[in-house]
Write a protein that binds this ligand. Structure first.
Ligand SMILES: O=P(O)(O)OC[C@H]1O[C@H](O)[C@H](O)[C@@H](O)[C@@H]1O
Length: 285
């Protein structure tokens, strides 16, 4: 039998600790941010910077920050990068065990202050399904009587022991925008890392494979035709908060998204679920 326990850090940050026959995981209520997921007998699937000190009000530099209700910079100056969901305290709505899967749902209460950013009557929840795989479903529902538009991303940080021996496959047919330039046609099915990479891909196939010296990580997306591929490389690593100068050697982000022409347009009463599922290709069962 597994255990799912709610705990607190000394500074008050609350988290849900999951320890089952299939995996070990940890999800913070702040940001509904999962920072640890490790299938039993396998390597961790999520990366977190050793420089992060888990402060109240900061997103954690690793795991899966939830970028919502916009990705990147808002069109409105002074609005926070990647929205506000990643620094708010979410409510733990339910915890279930189904077969050996732990299923944990959190929802985001929109308080009075947040209405300056998001005045719309919508509901946001996230469902984590934790087994040998990690499935994350971000569910938006529009309760307003007018259409609502948003962008979003599950900003997943993946580990590698050597970025120089890491590549991402499954990019054929896509196009990308990088550093404000483009769109460029993606020339090959795969990308390796030799410099700062910060690409917003559109028209993207639903599966990518990250090959690392530790093995292949499968990244599936559903209801998403866009994704962000990011490695800050040397100079940006030195400027990033909660990030060590050499951290770029041991991580990459591949972020399941709804951005650019893949943004979400919700008609009154409609729902949309952005899904990502990640697992080691050679699962141990
Ligand atoms: O530092 P943050 O606000 O967490 O953003 C971290 C990164 O997120 C995304 O991947 C963006 O494409 C990058 O440009 C940005 O640097």
């Amino acid at each position: 039998m597994g255990s799912v326990t709610t705990k607190s850090m000394a500074n008050g940050l609350q988290y849900v600790e999951v320890d089952t026959e299939l995996c070990q995981a940890r999800i913070f209520l702040q940001g509904a941010q999962i920072d640890q997921f490790q299938p039993k007998g396998q390597s961790p699937l999520l990366w977190v910077s050793a420089a992060d000190d888990y402060q109240v009000g900061n997103g954690i530099r690793g795991g899966i920050p939830i970028c919502w209700p916009w990705f990147g910079q808002s069109e409105i100056a002074d609005f926070p990068q990647h929205g506000f969901a990643r620094t708010r305290t979410w409510s733990l709505s339910s915890v279930n065990m189904q077969n050996q899967l732990a299923i944990i749902t959190l929802s985001l209460p929109i308080n009075h202050a947040d209405k300056q950013y998001w005045p719309h009557d919508t509901q946001l929840k996230v469902v984590f399904e934790l087994g040998t795989r990690l499935k994350v479903s971000l569910v938006n529902t529009n309760n307003a009587d007018y259409p609502v538009q948003l962008t979003q991303a599950l900003h997943t940080y993946f580990p590698t022991s050597d970025i120089h021996n890491t590549q991402v496959d499954g990019l054929a047919g896509s196009q990308y925008i990088e550093f404000g330039q483009g769109p460029f046609k993606q020339p090959h099915n795969q990308v390796a890392f030799t410099k700062e990479t910060d690409r917003v891909y559109t028209n993207l196939q639903p599966q990518q494979i990250i090959s690392t010296p530790e093995g292949n990580i499968i990244v599936n997306r559903d209801n998403s035709h866009s994704a962000v591929l990011w490695n800050p490389w040397i100079a940006k690593s030195q400027r990033l908060s909660r990030f060590n100068d050499n951290d770029y050697l041991s991580m990459l982000c591949l972020e399941a998204a709804n951005v650019l022409d893949d943004k979400v347009l919700l008609q009154p009463g409609d729902s949309h679920t952005l899904i990502t599922e990640i697992f080691w290709q050679d699962e141990v069962n």
